[in-house]
Design a protein around this ligand. Structure first.
Ligand SMILES: [Ca+2]
Ligand SMILES: [Ca+2]
Length: 151
């Protein structure tokens, strides 16, 4: 075999491998890479209760998303105007806990939230209203889109 041919085969090989790497990427199939982290974002038109969203994330090998930085808040607010996140006070009223087991420290509650409206709001969602973004507590049985993170 000529060295030119060999060189071409080697190049072809490299190109093919490069394609493989691009295809597999760092995130599981159907998950998306945002700032080098993997998220699963529910499809347009798909809405679930908070508990069903939690289950869906767990079935996909993750959990409902945590949002502890403004960077992540801003990045994820681009996907849905409302989306369930992994934050609730369902165990103890007014003690807000993330699904990763940590307590809520840095928070992004919207103005006058959480208000536990009607004494029955125990689950939090991301909300984008007129460009302002933050958290609101709402009834866990409401049907909303959702976002998962890897666990
Ligand atoms: Ca509550
Ligand atoms: Ca509320």
């Amino acid at each position: 075999m000529s060295s030119v041919k060999e060189g071409k085969l080697e190049l072809d090989d490299k190109i093919n491998n490069c394609g493989e790497n691009l295809k597999s990427g760092p995130c599981p199939e159907k998950w998306i890479d945002v700032n080098r982290e993997c998220f699963y974002v529910s499809q347009k038109g798909e809405s679930k209760t908070w508990f069903s969203s939690k289950r869906e994330c767990e079935d996909r090998g993750g959990r409902l998303v945590t949002i502890k930085t403004r960077l992540r808040l801003q990045a994820l607010s681009l996907f849905h105007n409302i989306a369930w996140i992994g934050l609730s006070d369902r165990v103890t009223e007014d003690v807000w806990r993330w699904e990763d087991g940590t307590d809520l420290k840095v928070n992004f509650w919207m103005k006058d939230e959480p208000n536990n409206h009607g004494n029955k709001e125990d689950c939090a969602h991301l909300s984008v209203v007129h460009g302002a973004m933050g958290f609101n507590d709402n009834g866990c049985g409401q049907l909303f889109p959702y976002i998962c993170e890897t666990s």
